[in-house]
Design a protein. Sequence first.
Length: 575
Amino acid sequence: MDNAIIDEIRRSNDIVEVINSYQPLKRVGTNWRGVCPFHNDTHPSLYVSQPKQIFKCFACGKAGNVFTYVQDYEHLTFFETVKKLAQRAGIAIPEREKTRTVSTQRDQLLQVYKSAKEHFCANLFQHGKAAREYLKDRQFSPETAQALELGYALDSQKGLVNHLLKEGYGTDLLKSSGLFSLVGGNLIDQFRHRLMFPIHNHVGEVVAFGGRTLSGEKELTKYINSPGTEIYTKGKELYGLFKTKYEIGKADKAIICEGYFDFLRLFEAGIAGCVATLGTALTDDQIYLLARYANDIYMLYDGDKAGQKAAVRAALLVLSKGLMPQIVSLPEDQDPDTYLIEMGKDAMLERIQAARNLPDYMAENEALDIPKAEKIAQLIDAVRNVRDGISRREWIKNIAEAFKVNENSLLSKLKLSSSQPTGTTRSHTLEGYIEERYVIILAMKDKNCYKVLADRLTEDYFFNGEYRRIFKYLCEKDRVNEINEPAKLLADIEQKTELNERIAELLFAELPDMRFEDTLNQVIVRKLEHDIEKLDAKIKETHDPKLLKQKQVLMRKYRQMTKAVITTPLYDNQD
């Protein structure tokens, strides 16, 4: 869709009016405030700027413009969101825009997968007697199948491909979708005579499928899944999250199971806040995704020895990311599906309530076949990566109590007083680079400042990784026309959630009274100091006279710059 049309639609939908139609907002100074719908917000944390036409939750971090809010609140695709807001504003989308598939490859694939999902869903209730009987035999209701958009792939090589071709999708697009194999130049359905599970991303878009065979032929693979595509990367999505994320956010608790049917059984039983890992080991990306909604993560895996070991591996990974893992114990011959059928919802809730924290579970569980010293070592390795020092100390205390060992000896192993968590260095905290923060904020508020920033600096002037990413985004192409329109500045980063949130945070920031040139000079001086230090180290190693000349040039520039900076505070003293 033409960017000019999108801009017109955005400008015609005042963000305060739109959000106020979903939830109440109250004016607070120049902004508006309300309860954030994207997490369990007990104290209103969502701020909306009418002048800037953006929103930001200062609790969960969610941020964006009017498109972002509506898309995530209603679980729409971007194209659907644009159409909805166009209708609200009374803007007619040109007919050519309505009828053509949206322009990007990603959006085209999303449309293909949405159409495929609708086809499979229709098949289940029109032609899927075998699939319906299978679900009935496993004691799943039609309501659960409908809520989770389960479907049926026909026992045909051409069922889906013919449907999508009739819908107007091109052959090249279908080839890239991962839904078909190419045999003798012909597209053949990958999924045939299977119960279909659509895999949604966290905003509700269908990005992949899993299929369970309904055939009794042993040589057939029981489950097959969509391959990786532009819209789907294995290990990045969690099955069911699009349905349960609000429950998870409200409770600040997520329950992780392993497979489709475990999730279906928990969903059927009305046990809130569950997700499934799609039958694979839990990944970093999945944990980061869950961390947006919850801090307490419960592992509800199979009760056998393999399930117990998998739960511990997953919990160690969760712990290393700074979250709070708990492990739910089931009888050795049970999984979540069979346990709920046999024992019922109340018994499962009691099991969840009785979940053990990770150190206690590992200390008490002899079935893990891991020596005590190795258990402690695994826990310490995970704790070492926890960024918050207070949390690290609390975990060490828990480990010491669980294994009945001396806390100081564990602290010694961790080297808590001197070591830094993986991925951080003491010199690269946000506080140490406040001038980088200020120079970016000023550049995003004024076109002239932006032009100077883009002209005089490169990304290596920014030592903080977050500010370096923001600078790169701002200056990788000319965005001068977006500077006075923050909502448009965010429109180009809809798929870069963390970057979106950081930029929105800076756009909301209030600054002390300061001069842009002074702040810019301090950034430049810091870079010069860094370059001179690096040269000194090389000179000591090589005694290269060329390096001495380079240092002299840098020192002259440094002295010139410090004349302007040395007596200039970062901002004016307001006392």
